[in-house]
Design a protein around this ligand. Structure first.
Ligand SMILES: C[S@@+](CC[C@H](N)C(=O)[O-])C[C@H]1O[C@@H](n2cnc3c(N)ncnc32)[C@H](O)[C@@H]1O
Length: 444
């Protein structure tokens, strides 16, 4: 078999992301599946460079502009420069001289021989001066668009800098143990026997951080459904519910199924969990994943959460883990930061309100509605909570200090918990940004 040129693959992936508008995590996953014969080192290198170039795009372009005098550059040359500069600044696997040679080779492979001198020259200059480059502008330092900095600041307060740093840090994969299939200690033992390093989450006993494996899908505890990949932030939903006397659950925006699995694991396995999403494709994902997890009480259904559906009336628990701007998961999906704007964020807040209004009708008297997002944006979180409580006098915020262990209450913001919501902040909690509110329907 002809040896695959890893740098050509990286360039193709970056062109798909930047020029064709594909999401980087999807491009990375697709390429790793297509070229599954790549060595562990090449797979790691491919993922790190592709993810890193997207993550640091603003900073890399700032450097290119500084050394290029702002002249127009062909998209493919820009990608070649970005990937070379990223490696020179953030990786130490390859010496700069070799990085520059590889960049020049890529230019030749693209039959742009006339530009080899330009690429060689600019990269040599950057390499010789890279220790002196400084990023005074915070937007460039953290490669974060200005308007998002304001939103993140407003939502993370004194954890602002730490949150921006957290987004850029490399981190282990986080998995949750499906305790209906296996004990946490048995899972830890099985992982360690496969030489996978395991660390426990300080927020949730069932969540583990794992490192030192090649393909996550090949890990035995994932393949067997004893664990599934999820962040500790969303797992906190399981800590906030009272699992007793729940027979009918509705998860309205459920694909690929993470919250439904949390609930199925936590509550009585006689309970029926209607796990819905807007399209057949999405619902198929829930079906496949539920099968691996072994949950027989999950009923995947296509349903539009904006439209009333009699089948879901009188539910004992409704979970609305809604589409959102995703600011909390920018560390995992850096494309998000370049795609958001005031307009699409506003329309998400409107959609969330519409869904909450509809699904509130399904909650049985005395039972609860959970609303969550993976964003840090008051308009989608706190303001939706206030608006919901104002427009639905039959619902009250649940005091979440009564639901969490005291050690955890101290880690979070007590006032917010008393007001019925838990906001997880990356720079404080070491996890994705996440928001969970719990409302109880009562007619008193
Ligand atoms: C944040 S994701 C849900 C993640 C999921 N709860 C989990 O834990 O795996 C939001 C989901 O809402 C779905 N969605 C968007 N609009 C919807 C609608 N009108 N009705 C139902 N689902 C919708 C999307 O397809 C997407 O799968």
């Amino acid at each position: 078999m002809e040896k695959t040129n890893i740098r050509t693959l990286i360039l193709e992936a970056l062109m798909l992301i930047d020029v064709e508008g594909e999401y980087s995590h999807k491009v990375i996953d697709m390429a790793l599946e297509k070229y599954s014969y790549l060595s562990k080192a090449d797979r790691g290198f491919f993922s790190k460079v592709v993810h890193g170039v997207v993550e640091y795009r603003l900073q890399l372009d700032f450097i290119i502009k500084k050394y290029n005098g702002g002249k127009r550059i062909k998209p493919v040359i820009r990608e070649i420069l970005r990937m070379a500069i990223y490696q020179m600044l953030y990786m130490d696997r390859v010496p700069d001289r070799a990085i520059i040679n590889e960049a020049v080779n890529l230019v030749k492979l693209r039959r742009l021989t006339a530009l080899t001198g330009f690429v060689n020259g600019i990269l040599r200059k950057i390499s010789s001066e890279k220790e002196t480059v400084s990023f005074d502008d915070i937007s460039i330092r953290y490669s974060m668009p200005e308007f998002l900095l304001d939103i993140i600041k407003e939502n993370t307060d004194k954890y602002f800098d730490k949150t921006l740093e957290y987004f850029l840090e490399g981190r282990p994969v986080s998995i949750r143990v499906n305790t209906s299939k296996s004990k946490v200690t048995d899972v830890v033992k099985e992982l360690e026997e496969s030489n996978i390093r395991v660390e426990r989450s300080s927020l949730n006993d069932t969540v583990l951080y794992i490192r030192g494996f090649d393909k996550v899908d090949d890990i035995s505890v994932i393949k067997s459904g004893k664990c599934y990949i999820t962040d500790v932030s969303s797992s906190m939903i399981a800590e906030l519910i009272i699992p007793d006397n729940i027979k009918k659950v509705l998860d309205v925006c459920a694909a690929p199924g993470g919250k439904s699995f949390l609930l199925a694991d936590k509550i009585d396995n006689e309970a029926l969990i209607y796990s819905c999403d807007i399209s057949e494709n999405k619902v198929n994902l829930i079906t496949e994943n539920a099968k691996v997890q072994g949950f027989k009480n999950i009923i995947p259904l296509v349903a539009d959460a904006r439209v009333f559906d009699e089948r879901f009336a009188e539910s004992d628990l409704v979970v609305a883990d809604l589409p959102c701007s995703g600011i909390g998961i920018i560390g995992k999906k850096p494309d998000i930061k370049y795609r958001l704007n005031a307009e699409n964020m506003n329309s998400l807040a409107v959609l969330q309100k519409e869904i909450l209004d509809n699904v509130s009708q399904y909650v049985k008297m005395g039972k609860e509605l959970i609303f969550s997002t993976c964003t840090l944006n008051k308009a989608e979180n706190e303001e939706n909570v206030s608006l919901f409580l104002k427009n639905h006098s039959d619902f009250k915020a649940v005091d979440l200090t009564k639901r969490l262990k005291s050690a955890l209450i101290e880690k979070f913001d007590k006032d917010e918990l008393e007001k019925g919501y838990l906001k997880l902040i990356p720079g404080r909690d070491g996890c994705d940004g996440f928001f969970i509110a719990v409302f109880r329907r009562d007619d008193d």
